[in-house]
Design a protein around this ligand. Structure first.
Ligand code: SDX
Length: 428
């Protein structure tokens, strides 16, 4: 009868060890018993970029990269994108269950009534250069929010944790809109509590001199769906940053600013901005083969393609591609879509990409929609951050309440110099 265990024989000593297997994993700490002598520290696993290391258990998001499956708390992303609202999904991620109507009404009221920011934040955003990248403004301003809410340091109080989470989800669009308006030299627009989460964001971005801003319902719904699609994605780089920084028990604003910083990178959430810049640089369908050649030669990276987990088409990219055409119907076709579709076709037939299982990811088409909505390219990662905020917060709280978690502090394999002694500069 097979046993859920791994037997390891250390050929250096001839010793054998039996390690229990749970959920298809062995505990790395069980390796420490493997020693060559009493004063041996014991065996560790070496896993740069944690390619094969589970840092936590989780009940929030499930991904099957080979099958292209993504579920939030068990619900397929396609169903949530089709039927839910972003705040409904945020509630689901935070609590584990879809809300009833009364519960959703209360949650929406809480979020809506935390959308304003302290007036000091206006001055803070005003202090940035006119051409400051909105992600730089967002990362900094979210961190600055921690100075307005000292009660956020009390992580042991679930009510206070929930209050900060509501504040952050509510204020991310406000800060993002302030960053955008500052860039444009436009006056800031205060939140309108009569609008939906996405509608109010559009209001704070685009309202000019009209008394009341009325969002285009097609754009409002498209934006809400995009936020749903970005809401969580298990232990990605920025969520790992949220968990690692949060594990020091810093307040959630400071931890979330670290997550924003991780997302900013072009290999992560910054890819949606990089995709549009790449497509613009390619410039025409005729120029695609040359670009693909350079990508295969390692001179270029096909931004919006490839994924550490998905070795199949990213299910979010499928939904976004369909959504793009709905937005183009309303706003006019984005000319870059023809280049994107042809680039995808060529790449999906090219052995280089096929062998490496490089498919379009969430970032490949999302930027085309944002651009058609009239948003500037450098605001795209900010939209990703707004969507990912409930996921970051749900993962953060799961880490805090997980009895197995402690402050994150990985080990290393030291390959540097052995002990040596100081040499006076005159003798060097
Ligand atoms: C997101 O983790 C998440 O869940 C992230 C995310 C989320 O929701 O949080 O899904 C959001 O970040 C999506 C990914 C957005 N980034 C990009 O689109 C940037 C372009 N993609 C790559 O840089 C890359 O695919 C990564 C970063 C996404 C994944 O990198 P890996 O898993 O470390 O893979 P790798 O870099 O080791 O590449 C494996 C091979 C290499 O070739 P060889 O060295 O084997 O010859 O594939 C090649 C790479 O050169 N390769 C690419 C490529 N991606 C990988 N070659 C050309 N173009 C690409 N896009």
């Amino acid at each position: 009868m097979s046993k859920d265990s791994l037997t390891i024989k250390d050929n250096r000593t001839g010793e054998s060890y039996e390690l229990p297997i749970t959920h298809g994993t062995i505990r790395a700490m069980d390796l420490r018993q493997i020693k060559t002598s009493e004063d041996d520290f014991g065996m560790m696993s070496y896993d740069p970029a944690y390619k094969n290391t589970a840092s936590t258990t989780s009940r929030i998001t499930f991904i099957d990269g080979d099958k292209g499956i993504l579920r939030y708390r068990g619900y397929p992303i396609e169903e949530l994108a089709e039927h839910a609202t972003f705040l409904e999904v945020a509630y689901l991620l935070l609590t584990g269950e879809l809300p009833t109507t009364p519960a959703l009404d209360v949650f929406e009221h809480q979020i809506t009534h935390h959308t304003m920011v302290h007036e000091n934040i206006r001055e803070f955003v005003d202090a940035f250069r006119y051409d400051a990248h909105p992600m730089g403004t967002l990362c900094s301003t979210v961190a600055a929010l921690s100075t307005f809410y000292p009660d956020a340091k009390d992580l042991s109080n679930p009510e206070l944790r929930r209050l900060q989470m509501h504040r952050i989800i509510a204020k991310m669009p406000t800060i993002a809109a302030y960053a955008y308006r500052h860039r444009r030299g436009l006056p800031y627009v205060y939140p309108d509590n009569d609008l939906s989460y996405a509608g109010n964001f559009l209001n704070m971005l685009f309202k000019m001199m009209e008394q009341t801003y009325t969002p285009n319902p097609i754009i409002e719904r498209a934006l809400d769906v995009l936020l749903i699609l970005h809401a969580d994605h298990e232990q990605n780089c920025s969520t790992s940053a949220m968990r690692a920084v949060g594990s020091s028990h810093v307040d959630p604003y400071s931890a979330l600013s670290a997550a924003c910083a991780a997302l900013y990178g072009p290999l992560h959430g910054g890819a949606n901005e990089a995709v549009v810049r790449m497509l613009t640089e390619i410039g025409s369908v005729a120029a695609i083969p040359e670009f693909v050649k350079r990508a295969k030669g390692g001179e270029e990276r096909l931004m919006g393609f490839g994924h550490r987990v998905y070795k199949n088409y990213d299910p979010r990219a499928k939904v976004i591609k369909k959504l793009a055409y709905e937005v183009f119907e309303e706003m006019g076709k984005n000319p870059l879509i023809d280049i994107a579709v042809e680039l995808e076709r060529i790449a999906l037939e090219d052995p280089y990409f096929v062998e490496r299982k490089l498919y379009p990811n969430v970032d490949f088409y999302s930027g085309l929609i944002y651009e058609s909505m009239g948003l500037p390219v450098d605001l795209f990662p900010v939209l990703f951050a707004i969507g990912r905020t409930p996921g970051w917060l749900a993962q953060w709280e799961e880490m805090l309440t997980d009895p197995e978690q402690k402050i994150a502090r990985p080990r290393q394999v030291y390959l540097g110099e052995g002990e040596r002694h100081y040499i006076p500069i005159s003798e060097r």
